[in-house]
Design a protein around this ligand. Structure first.
Ligand code: DGL
Length: 269
């Protein structure tokens, strides 16, 4: 039997994108065991209503609780924006989403207090980032834009094509007119577009990767709760999905930045 500290950190996302958060966690906390669940059968969440996302979120949380995790990281921006309280109520464990850490990192980075937020339609419509920024610094002006075409472009592997550059220009030009000096990449997929986004914003904007900011918050929370894994055993990273694993395995390495290993299918409750 494993001690509380050796138990895995549970991470979930609507699908594959949350692997960018796992990547940040592996870099920052290489001793931790991790169980990742991607709800690949029901992705995307970002175009769905908050009610439906909240229903799915309960099932996702139950998958991780069945794995006896010690804390839960909601890697999905959409879930973090509209359903974080569902996870907090269901799980009697430390929980973090990506919105609060991402907003805090942006509030620290901005010089002119004009911050851009890009994400799925559900994330942008929720105003979760804008509200959190307002809470942190009432003088901050937030300019948000949904970029729904970015998710399929990334999943297609079109990270630096001409088409992606055109789409990025179309989405981001209005934000540059607002003179934002900081841009929150408020969707799991967008860190893979960092170079194209930097190119179309002419390197004038600080890009905030919510996943990296979240990994720092997870580290802080593990210390706060005395939950760091100090076992000398090699940590284990397990991947679970709700649809057939093949597609996840095929493109997952691009998101994770390393080999994935075995991916298993599980049923959601
Ligand atoms: N994981 C989602 C997010 O970060 C993007 C994909 C989706 O729409 O489900 O908002």
């Amino acid at each position: 039997m494993s001690t509380q500290n050796e138990k895995p950190i549970g991470v979930f996302d609507s699908g594959i994108g949350g692997l960018t958060v796992v990547r940040a966690l592996l870099e920052r906390l290489p001793n931790e065991n991790i169980v990742y669940f991607g709800d690949t059968a029901r992705v995307p969440y970002g175009s769905k209503s908050p009610q439906v996302v909240r229903e799915y979120t309960l099932g996702d949380t139950n998958v991780l609780l069945a794995k006896d995790v010690k804390m839960i990281v909601v890697a999905c921006n959409t879930v973090s924006a509209v359903a974080l309280d569902v996870v907090q109520k269901r799980a009697n464990l430390p929980v973090t989403g990506v919105i609060t850490p991402g907003a805090a990192a942006a509030a620290r980075a901005t010089k002119n207090r004009r911050i851009g937020v890009i994400g799925t339609a559900a994330t942008v419509n929720s105003n979760a980032y804008a509200n959190e920024l307002q809470r942190l610094d009432p003088a901050v002006q937030t300019h948000s834009r949904a970029c729904p075409l970015f998710v399929p472009l990334v999943e297609e592997g079109w990270l630096e094509t001409k088409a992606t550059e055109l789409v990025a220009t179309e989405y981001l030009f209005p934000l540059t007119l607002e003179k934002v000096d900081t841009l929150i990449l408020g969707c799991t997929h967008y860190p893979l577009l960092k170079s194209v986004i930097a190119k179309v914003t002419k390197g004038m904007v600080t890009l905030i990767d919510s996943g990296e900011a979240t990994a720092a918050e997870v580290e802080r929370m593990l210390d706060e709760h005395g939950l760091r894994n100090t076992s000398p055993h090699r940590p284990n990273v397990q991947f679970l999905v709700s649809d057939a694993p093949e597609k996840f395995t095929a493109i997952g390495e691009r998101f994770l930045g390393r080999k994935l290993g075995v991916v298993k299918r599980v049923a959601t409750g």
